[in-house]
Design a binder for this molecule. Structure first.
Ligand code: SF4
Ligand code: FES
Length: 198
């Protein structure tokens, strides 16, 4: 596989052709915030917090770095006024759903996001899909899935599978940026398969 040379934040970075901009940055020790990315999972491109500015052939545009492929001589800026403004707005929208998430609060500090900018609609899940995709792609169990669509979308444990698989696993719990997942599991367990009924 041939190497690709690009520039990220002024630093010359060597990547391989199949890499995304995010992977190239991570390999070079350059940090880009992510909320729906996990190295063991297929890129999802949902949260948009990893947005960066790229410049190629005289054009500058904003791209989602976890799904955008590297290319020769690409110039990448991981922070700029525009990038920071978009990340700030994304965080403010997410904080309306999960105001107590430590992950979001920490990012909010970095980008000056105001957690009270948008009216609270606490749903706690920010739809990053890490739990659903980890269970499907890595564990191949599908014990948790999305139900409904659009703004009504929410995650749900499938009691028949979760009652058999989850107690000895729980690998998805630490992936959740809001800890909603753990609460959803405890509720499903209490309602559908309380420990005392085993
Ligand atoms: S429960 Fe947590 S990990 Fe799962 S989709 Fe929602 S925020 Fe992401
Ligand atoms: S980390 Fe890239 S879109 Fe979520």
């Amino acid at each position: 596989m041939s190497d690709v040379l690009l520039q990220i934040d002024g630093k010359e970075v060597k990547a391989t052709q199949e890499m995304t901009v995010l992977e190239a940055a991570q390999r070079a020790g350059i940090s880009i915030p992510t909320l729906c990315h996990h190295e063991k999972l297929e890129p999802f491109g949902a949260c948009r917090i990893c947005i960066v500015e790229v410049e190629a052939r005289g054009w500058t545009k904003l791209v989602v770095s976890c799904v955008y492929p590297v290319e020769e001589a690409l110039i990448v800026r991981t922070r700029s006024e525009k990038v920071d403004r978009i990340r700030k707005t994304i965080l403010e929208l997410l904080l309306a759903h999960a105001p107590d998430s430590p992950v979001l609060q920490e990012l909010a500090q970095t980008y000056g996001a105001d957690k009270n900018r948008f009216e609270k609609e606490a749903s706690f899940c920010i739809h990053c899909g890490l739990c659903v995709r980890y269970c499907a792609e890595v564990k191949k169990k599908n014990a948790v899935g999305f139900v409904d669509r659009g703004i009504r979308k929410e995650i749900s444990f499938i009691p028949e599978i979760a009652s058999k698989e989850c107690n000895d696993c729980k690998e998805c719990f630490p992936l959740c940026p809001t800890s909603y997942l753990q609460a959803a599991f405890v509720l499903t367990e209490a309602l559908a398969f309380p420990p005392s009924s085993e």
